[in-house]
Design a protein around this ligand. Structure first.
Ligand code: HEM
Length: 471
């Protein structure tokens, strides 16, 4: 592993071709991240120009993500990696007052979307996707179809609009390619300082992909909004963003947003679409992969769904039988534990610090990994096993004595603001899917978690999804 990292570090940034080669060398390491070395409470690693600390000690994690979050902003390398896509949007921003303000705007916009709307949009669209899959009768390419579905859900619920099928497909393809190329590990290895890292991002070839994705977002979502700022379709998130963008302008000029304000809106819409769909699609892809090998588990959930009367026409407000809610939560909780979509929370330290008496230099990278913590043998029994029933036991898993043992949505001031949205959405999708379909494996290798921007599956694996009544 050390040798691979050294070779990758030397190749990265030399040319576009060598950068891609280096990226391949370190792209698929997530599944190897197990066992003693990565379970150490604290691992400090010397990089060519700085240091990297991986913290599994939950008290240190608390310090980094919450107690002293101001000392440990998100790493600038991450912002550079995401900038071609989300510009100055909140997700990539390191920290400070600007982030507080951006989060406030984002959260205010998010809470305008009623929970019932999220549940109803997710249920309706899932039904439409299932009908489409069943028309073709062919195995379903699960990661890309779930990506298209979750983009549609997040855009319809928040912006009142959707990509056309062709645009959605293109968007998903482009984002998958972005993932392949945008490699945070290379950013840590391939030279420090803004100029070196910017050169590396250019060699990764992210600018053209990001520009095409942003053009799609601008055309489908931003341009119509600016042309008609009181859209007939309900678009609560968009309306709140418009208000924030127009803040400080006189009412009669509020529609003439200058280029900078338009770009700021585009950035936050891009964050909403990307952060709001990819994570959910990734975790649901893994969940369906696991369930495809567990027909009895599927049957048990389907029985509960049938007994709860879900799917009736009058059941559109997302109310849900408590036993079913617990069962669905156990599934998503276990998938989030085993496959946290954001496997690494990347920070840097703004001053020299010492953790567990190990010094880390100023500017050093600090990694908190939901992946290693949530599979840690000291915290979880049978940590690598997909075992939803652990969440249904009368006694909660021992690890849950500590809130920080399960952090798929992060923790502290940068915790995911979309948690509730995601939970409602996943519950609605699963209710439709597991209530009406059986899911089975087809031939093909098991997917591996990508381990770049997210832990999404490394290829578009296919599952047979058939109507329950049909067999
Ligand atoms: C299963 C689904 C999801 C998971 C596991 C997830 C996970 C995360 C994590 C771990 C972070 C924090 C990253 C860090 O601290 O470095 C984050 C941030 C964020 N998430 Fe989510 N997320 C999910 C769904 C969503 C949804 C549905 C939305 C929007 C509707 C959303 C919007 C955001 C935004 C805007 C941020 C950035 C916040 C900031 O920079 O301060 N996420 N998410």
């Amino acid at each position: 592993m050390g040798l691979i990292i050294n070779v990758a570090g030397r190749l990265a940034g030399r040319s576009a071709l060598l950068t891609r080669l280096a990226g391949r060398l370190v792209a698929h390491e997530l599944r190897h991240l197990k066992g003693k070395p990565v379970e150490r409470q604290l691992l400090v690693y010397d990089l060519p120009e700085t240091q990297l600390a991986l913290a599994n000690d939950l008290r240190v994690v608390d310090t980094i993500l919450s107690d002293r979050a101001g000392t440990f902003p998100k790493a600038a390398a991450l912002e550079r990696l995401l900038r071609p896509l989300v510009g100055g949007g909140v997700f990539g921003q390191p920290g400070g007052d600007a982030v507080k303000q951006a989060r406030r705007v984002f959260l205010r916009a998010l809470v305008r979307i009623p929970e019932q709307r999220v549940a109803a949009v997710a249920a309706d669209l899932t039904r439409a996707y299932i009908a489409g899959w069943q028309r073709t009768g062919r195995p379903v390419p699960v990661p890309s179809e779930l990506s298209r579905l979750t983009i549609d859900i997040v855009s319809e619920a928040s912006l009142g609009a959707r990509f056309t099928a062709g645009e959605g497909q293109r968007f998903v393809e482009l984002f998958f390619e972005y993932h392949r190329r945008a490699n945070p590990v290379l950013m840590l290895l391939g030279g420090q300082g803004p100029a070196a890292q910017q050169a590396l991002v250019e060699r990764m070839g992210l600018a053209a992909i990001g520009a095409e994705m942003r053009a799609l977002i601008r055309r489908r979502f931003l341009a119509p909004l600016l042309a008609d700022p009181s859209p007939s379709a309900p678009a609560p998130f968009a309306a709140a963003l418009l208000e924030a963008a127009a803040a400080g302008l006189a009412p009669d000029t509020s529609l003439a947003l200058d280029a900078a304000r338009q770009t700021a809106m585009l950035d936050e819409i891009a964050v909403m679409l990307l952060a709001g769909h990819e994570t959910t699609a990734s975790v649901l892809s893994w969940l369906l992969w696991e369930l495809s090998a567990a027909p009895h588990e599927q049957d048990a959930v389907a029985r509960l769904i049938a007994a709860s009367g879900a799917g009736r026409p009058d059941d559109r407000d997302g109310r849900i039988d408590p036993a079913l809610a617990r069962q669905l939560a156990a599934l998503t909780q276990e998938a989030l534990r085993l496959y946290p979509p954001i496997a690494f929370l990347l920070r840097e330290t703004s001053e020299a610090v010492s953790f567990r008496e190990r010094p880390v230099c100023a500017g050093g990278y600090i990694v908190v990994s939901p992946w290693t913590i949530q599979r840690h043998r000291a915290l979880w029994s049978e940590p690598d096993r997909f075992h939803p029933a652990r969440w249904l036991a009368a006694e909660p898993p021992a690890a849950m004595a500590d809130r920080l043992a399960l952090i798929p949505f992060g923790y502290g001031p940068r915790v995911c603001p979309g948690k509730r949205f995601a939970e409602i959405e996943m519950q609605a999708i699963l209710r439709e899917l597991l209530g009406s379909c059986r899911i089975a494996r087809t031939r093909g290798r098991a997917p591996n978690p990508l381990g770049t921007l997210t832990s999404r599956p490394d290829y578009d694996f296919r599952l047979q999804i058939t109507a329950r009544g049909a067999t």
